[in-house]
Design a binder for this molecule. Structure first.
Ligand code: G3I
Length: 341
């Protein structure tokens, strides 16, 4: 959650500190897991030498200096993890909470005040993406925000407008992230899917980056069942939309969440909850369906030269039960399919 943020990676000007981030990427590489980098330009957890509160320019940097600070940060951090971070949240939470502007101007959006937006201007976003792309041309680059999940909501529409503007300006953006910090009772899968699909029409990803679903009524008898249903419903939306290739939970066990009211898949004793089993069941069902109908990508004359099996945690496993089969083809490409043996 916190090891790749600005204050963790550059606590002093041009003094980089990679202990925590290296631990994350090291563990991932030992276990065959992919890593999302979070995050490069945000108004929170900015190092105090940049801004005391993430907004004030209390060190009186010039605009040029702030651009240099952001550029140097991005080149160093993204450069260090080139090849080991698959995707980056380049800019996080740049939108203001009040987006009533879209009611009068349907193409508009309002940025939140921040050390970057207020003292550089909106182009800090464009530049951040360009620098991240230069530092690692292979990494997928995302913008990320909260309260932007359901089509029709003012902030969701403002987000769409901003992403459209970035794409039109030629910014190297692969898509946008929906944080999905939800509470039971809020989920509207139709509006969620409508939102995700319109990015497909623009050839952009729209992914789920920080999913957690807190219990609205933690003492209700069916609280965990309702939570499990909603986790399952989000998982199905994820599985059936090709432009939604990632779904991440914001934490593992309830006692280590930033939120109250048991939002995660494992309880405080690290025991799987009903929500865990439903997410797992949806994945299994999708794998079985893919296996039964024999859906395979149409490939040319390429042949499989090697095959390995990993489990849903990315750990090597054997050809047994629900596994991910990873095939390497003669053209060097790699394709993974979920299968049940
Ligand atoms: O590490 C210090 C510790 O040394 C100190 O004793 C303690 C006392 O407060 O604080 C610890 O730092 C805390 C840090 O989490 C690590 O636990 C911070 O106070 C606390 O503010 C920080 O909260 C994080 C929050 O971002 C800060 O903005 C949460 O863990 C993290 O889950 C949360 O994540 C954000 C995403 O980045 C963006 N989207 C929303 C999401 C939830 O707020």
């Amino acid at each position: 959650e916190n090891e790749m943020k600005f204050d963790a990676t550059e606590p002093g000007r041009n003094q980089f500190s990679y202990g925590g981030a290296d631990a994350v990427t090291g563990a991932a590489s030992r276990n065959g897991q992919a890593v999302r980098g979070h995050t490069l330009a945000w108004h929170k957890q900015v190092a105090a030498w940049v801004s005391q509160d993430g907004v004030k320019n209390n060190n009186n940097y010039s605009r040029r200096e702030l651009l240099d600070i952001l550029k140097n940060h991005i080149f160093n951090v993204v450069g260090r993890y080139k090849g080991s971070v698959r995707e980056w949240d380049v800019c996080n939470e740049v939108l203001d909470d009040d987006q009533s502007i879209v009611r009068t101007n349907p193409d508009a959006y309002t940025l939140r005040p921040s050390i970057w937006a207020t003292h550089i201007g909106e182009e800090f976003i464009d530049s951040a993406f360009v620098w991240a792309h230069q530092a690692d041309p292979e990494a997928k680059l995302y913008i990320n925000d909260y309260n932007v999940e359901f089509a029709g909501n003012a902030k969701t529409e403002a987000y769409y407008n901003l992403v459209k503007r970035l794409q039109k300006s030629g910014v190297p953006i692969d898509g946008c992230g929906l944080q999905c910090h939800l509470t039971t009772g809020q989920l509207d899968t139709l509006k969620l899917e409508k939102n995700i699909r319109r990015y497909a029409d623009m050839d952009l990803d729209c992914i789920i980056t920080e999913l957690d679903i807190a219990l609205a009524n933690p003492h209700a008898a069916d609280a965990l069942t309702l939570q499990a249903k909603e986790y399952g419903a989000v998982t199905r939306v994820f599985l059936r939309n090709d432009n939604c290739p990632s779904m991440l939970m914001w934490g593992i066990s309830d006692n280590h969440s930033w939120r109250q009211n048991k939002p995660l898949l494992f309880d405080s004793d690290l025991q799987p909850k009903p929500a865990y089993y439903n997410v797992h069941a949806q994945m299994r069902l999708a794998a079985e369906r893919a296996g039964q109908s024999g859906i395979e990508d149409i490939r040319g004359d390429e042949t499989i030269v090697s095959t390995r099996y990993i489990d849903l945690y990315g750990r090597p496993t054997t050809q047994n039960g629900l596994v991910i089969e990873v095939n390497t083809y003669s053209d060097g490409s790699v394709k993974a399919v979920k299968k049940v043996y």
